[in-house]
Structure formats: structure tokens, C-alpha cells
Unconditional design. Sequence first.
Length: 741
Amino acid sequence: MTQRDPLDELNPSQREAVTHTEGPLLILAGAGSGKTRVITYRIAHLIRQKGVPPFEIFAVTFTNKAADEMKRRVAELIGPIGESVFVRTFHSAAVYILRRYGDRIGVPRAFTIYDAKDQETLIKDILLEMRLDPKKIKPSALASKISEIKDRAEMIEGADLSSLMPGYPGLNFSDLYREYQDRLSRSGALDFNDLLIKTVVLMRRSPESLTELQRRWRYFMIDEYQDTNHAQYLICKYLSSATRNLCVVGDDDQSIYSWRGADIRNILDFERDFDETKVVKLEENYRSTVPILDAAWHVIRNNVNRKEKRLRAVRGDGEPLTWCRANNEYGEAEYVVSTILSLKKKEALRNRDFAVFYRTNAQSRVFEEMLRRENIPYRVVGGLKFYDRKEIKDILAYLRLIANPADGVSLLRIINVPARGIGAATVERLRDTAYTAEITEWEVIARGLAIKGKVPAGITSFKKIIERGMAASALVPETMKLSAMVRELIEATSYRENLEEENSVESRSRLENIEEFINSVYEYEARYPDAALDRFLQEISLLTSEESPDAEGPDPLNSITLMTVHNAKGLEFPVVFLTGMEEGIFPHFNSSDTDAGIEEERRLCYVGITRAMDRIFLTGAEMRRSYSGLSYKEPSRFIAEIPAATMDVREYGEGGYSAPVRDSLPFNGPYPGAVTSAVALNPTGGNGSRFRTREAVLHPKYGRGRILAIEGGGDNVKITIVFGNGDKKTFLEKYTPLQKL
């Protein structure tokens, strides 16, 4: 019986990529195009058909999981001999090299690797010696900033780093950075960034080491090349310079990690950097249907800095993309959950078939609460559930202490959060005083009892915050709203102020979570106008109790998946909801001030869409509450880039759908688009609106305008207005303070 050629299992483009073994090769592997298969088959082809010894093949990727998967697949193809292939992550490869040759540039072979916790401990010690409080200037934020600097090309090329050094009140960051590096050196240690940097230094300063490495490996394969930083690019370049047998696999359209140091220019400029490069495009997609890939292409084609390619759906046609604009974020969540319930019933889908993506972690709260109400199990991938996040637990601890001063657990959690100079020794003496006097810790503080002879200033400050909160709480709900009381408390604690001063990726995410917590208070007030603090805390306790659907831990096989779009890369789901498709959210306002930022946001949108196998739902809200209040939201420009005729367009208010609204979309035409006049007119002022079409009105932000159309009813009456400058905008009447002229 004739043995089947493994190459027969590949499509023509995959086969071309596998069999081209000599010289530089750039494989542009689109989403769902089978890139892992190509990499493993290429390794097998080099060994079996080309006679290359397995130990002469160098293959790297970005995660241990991906490396293990690559090893497993190679072994399945060619047996145990495949275990001799050098398959590592970049950092693991760097460790391998430095353990053998690092002493030639002063790196001890037995060097210690400092992880994130080790870094933070070292930085904390330095801060203490500089007489700075590690609780006010967080070591984790400083470690993140150091890593960010080391990811920059300037670090590798010996440029002046002074312009990269951030400013912190009371801290000379340059001094801390130098001391940090000196301590690492004296300890014979390297952090993760140093592993890559020192490997580049070795290859530059020790030609004999580079020559030995080049003799060790002859064929090089780099996965996820679009995610490489400058150091990784140089490692690939130096190692492959002798044989030029460098194969890189990646997709510039999925480069979404610039904030982690990834440089998209590495893949865009590959042909310029390596002469006579062979380019193979993998454009046959085995994951998604035609409507999904068409939508993704219509979005990504608007990027200027990209390699031209367009995915073709092997699976053929499918359900059209759905775009739904809800009245607010709660309507959006209700639409998502009701659609999940409907599809489960009609098409026998399981919970694990659904994924809800969002741009920022803070957006998960509303979806979590809606899923809990319907008793649907869910899991948050790559992060904690909303009410398990540190900043939320801290704020809840403040509120619980205000509601119940005897709550010693809450008091001890936040007595020095944010830092106010109350150390562990003071806390221990406080507890001893309370125990001896047979009273609670709060009573010790409230009575102003001496702790070891005095009342520390931090204790006095804490007391004022809690007493102020208690006084405000007593006014709720008669003369003060619960939301106002919570906002005042957060400001009094300086919690927001501390996070704003930290100004890191983590702190900005935590600020967004705090804003979303305040939104949860507003939502509770809307449901219960007489909302009081104790009832609100009771509801939160029920949400986070052991009686929740996943009390014993979420089962991935029976859970809806919730995650940020960044965490979704590399995954796939039958049904995907890409939520928060509004200007300022997606694309995110932090990335909207530069062309490069918008292009990365567009790539992120492309990644989100191409995770879907069978169905993709894009959702957004007309009104959304933020820390500054209610705001009208424009649909994301990425929605405008998808032809309206290819989408099933819906509107949704809490409680149900409206009819399809394709003709009244606020995004027909170029971004941001104009509202057409095809909406239902209301010449007599019906629908419960107090206005009439063609009536002149004054908007507090946009000025004078004239009403073109009125549609909807009840709380969902929408008014389309043309203003003096020709702009047309649509508002929810309930939330818009219009004045008749």
C-alpha cells in the first residue's frame, strides 16, 4: 500500500510555504489559515525530505503553551526524533544561550532570573533606602515602567534614555533605575528584559560566541513575528546571518501589542531588511464564514500600514453580521444575554459556544450582572470577576465599615489604603488595644484612645474619612443620593488621585473599574429610587455570595466566556459578541489621537471579528454613563467601515427590539455619517414626546437646531436634529435637556 504524502494534506499556498526551505521566507498567515500546521509540517519536511538534523533547527514562539503545542505536533508527524528540535520561547532561548556563553560578557553562568515579584521586592528595598514610602509610590508601577523602557529600541542602541525617564513626585526615577541595575548586577541576576538585551550584547561583543551559535543552528523559524520587539528582531537577524535560512510567520493585521514593546515595522520591513525574501500569503481561512471575513476585511483595509491580503472562507456562506445599537449599556447587556438564550433554545448551542468581548475590563460588570440574573454560568478569562478586583473590594470595604463600624475585617483591609502612614506595627497595637479594652477596633479609633501612648496622624486622617462617610450615609436617601455619597467617599479617600498619579496601564484600568462601580450605584438608584447604603450592600453581597451559578469555580465546558479583545487573540468561538462599539470606547480614547493608535485599534477590531466561527454580533449603546455623567455616544468608526447593506441592523431598548432600522442608521456614508430623513416622522407631537418635527430647539452643547424627525415611544423616544453648522445628531429625549425656542 502506498504511503500518503503529508504534503497532500496542505493547500497550494501552505505547500509552497512548507517546501521553500532555503533563504529568507515571509509567511503572511491570516487569521484561521492554519499557520501552526504550516510551521510543524515545515519542520517535519526539513528533517524527513531535506535530511536536516533535528538539532540544527531553531524554532521560537511567544508562550510556553504555544511551544509545547508545536513540539507535540512535530512529534506526532515524525516521532521521537522530533524532540531534538530546539523549540522554545524567546526568553527560554535567551537563557539557553546565556547559560553557555554569557560569562564572556560578564554574565555569570549561574545567574538568577528575577520575576515580577522579585523585581518589586528589589524596588521596594531601594525605595526604603531612599526614604520613600513603597505604599505611595508602588513598586509594581515602577517595575512596569522599567520594563517599558527596556523594551525600547533606544535601550538596545545605547541612545540617551533621559527623555524616557518618567517623573514621579519626590522621586528621581533615573537614580532609582541606576540603583536597580546596580543591584541586579551585584546579585548576579537578570530580569526578563535583560535576558533579551544581554543576548544581543553577547552577539555584538563576542564574535566567537555568535559563530559558535551559527554553527549550532542552520534553520530558523519565528512564530508570531508581528509581536517581536527590537531585541528579538536583532537576535533573529544575528543568528540567521550566516545561512540566511530565516522563516518568519505572522500577520501584520494582528499586531496589537505595541504597548508591550511589539514593533509592527519588523514584519512590514522584512523584505527590505532581508534581500531576496520569498513571500507566501496564506489567505484560505478554515475558521469563519464569508460574512464574517468580509466584515473583517472591510474594516482592516482602511489601514495604510499593512500588507495587502484578503482571507477567503473555505467554509462558504453563513449568517449575516448583526449590528445592534441599544439605548444604553444595560440595554446592550440585555440584548446580548437575550440573544444567547434565544440561540441556545433555537439551535441547541451550549454556553461554551458563546464569547463576549469588550475593549476594557470595566465593561464586564453589566454583562456579569445580567448573566447572574439569568442564572447563566460564566467565566472571566485573563482577569478577575468585577467584584473580585482589588479596587472594588477596597471601596466596598469602606462602605461596609461605614454601614457597620463593627466590621473589623473591612477596617483592617482599608485602614492604610491608600497609604496614609499606618504601618503593620501600628495596626497590631490597635488590635491589641481593642482586645484589651474588649471593644472593636473602630471604637478605639472613634474614642481617640491612645495607641502605645499616642494617636498616629494616619489614624486621625482615617477617622475623619469614615466619620464623614457615616454622616453622609445618614442623609441617604432623604436629602442625599447614594451615588453622591459614594462619589464623595472615593474623593475623600484620595483613591482616584493616587491611581491618577501612578499613571500606569494597570492604574488606568483600575480607574475605569472604579467609574464602572459608580455606574452600578446609579443603576441601583434607577431601580430603587429610595436606595440606601445597607440595601445596596446587601444586593452586592448576594451577587458575590457562594450561591452564585459558579460558586465552585466556572466550568469552561458549561460557561459563557467573557474577556477583553486583547485576551481573545489566538482563540475561536462559534458565536462572538463584540461589544462597546462606540467612539471613545472602541477605538479607545487613549489611542485616538494618532494615526498609529487608530490603526492598532482597527487591528484589534479585526482580531475580535475573526475569532467568530459562525456568527458575529457587534453591539453598542446610544447613551452611556461615565464618571462625568451621561453622554451620547457616536457609533464606532469601524461600524461605518462595514457596508450597511451586508448587516442585519437592529435597535434595542431594555425590554425588547424595534423593527430593523437600516434606513435610519447614523452611519450611512463616510464616518461619522449623517442621519437620513427616512425615520418615522412625528408632525403632531405623538409618541409621548413634548416636541414636534420642524420645531426649533436649543441644545446645551450643540446650540440651535431644528427637529427633523421623532421616533420611538415612552422612555425610548429619539429626536433627530439638524444644527446650524449642518451636523445632524440623534438623541434620546429622556436624557437630553432640550429647550424649545
